[in-house]
Design a protein around this ligand. Sequence first.
Ligand SMILES: O=C(O)CCC(=O)C(=O)O
Length: 262
Amino acid sequence: MASCPDLVGVPDTLDGQRWSRTLLGVYREGGGTLQALQKEGIGDSDGILQPSGTAEARGDAMTTVVSLRGVQIYPGLLSPQMQANLVEDLRACARQAPFFTPVTASGKAMSVRLTSAGQMGWVSDRRGYRYERRHPSGAEWPAIPDIVLGLWRDLVSGERDPDCCLINYYGEGTKMGLHQDRDEADFQWPVLSISLGDEGLFRVGNTTRGGKTESVWLRSGDVLLMGGDARLVYHGVDRIRFGSSRLLPQGGRINLTCRVVT
Ligand SMILES: O=C(O)CCC(=O)C(=O)O
């Protein structure tokens, strides 16, 4: 079993160039589509949406929601302090349920390391992909951190919490191939995803395999929702910019994805 990434020593001020807010719930919907942002010169012709700039640059005190093929992106929704607090929570999660390297059914090791929080955790081994009620060690999965549940209740639903918060760690050179999230019983529930640490190039395709894709650099504190028509889009992470954030002392990217499973 691989060791847990070093999440120790997170500084108080992080990613100083990013604007931050201390409260959730001050985003506004419909403020900007990808197309609108492209008109403002933020997108580029290669289909890679550039980082969305500072709030000051937009003269905007609220996060603009960007839609990329129906994937709703909330740039910089988590303030640096909330990111740091969340990393502390994740460190506690990893103590109870250590990160491990999943393998595919064919026995190939994935480059991402992962663990989970919640009632169920996502695992992959020679028996294939699935959700399990226990970590491979036999330990119970830790509770989903309150910051994550708050985001879910704010953006998705106050009626039902996610069953699983998958915690992916991307070290240098790690990527994740295009795939659909379809191990869940009910696709009416969206997937909520939180990016922490180094920037990651997130690629979005179509609801069937193949065809053109578009990509966006996700930065620490960005949150996205894959729901509705975008619930089953193919997506993946082509690469990370290792060392582009100071959130994790030894670099790397963490991505959390919350899902209702049953
Ligand atoms: O790291 C990301 O942004 C995406 C993660 C993902 O696609 C997954 O865990 O299924």
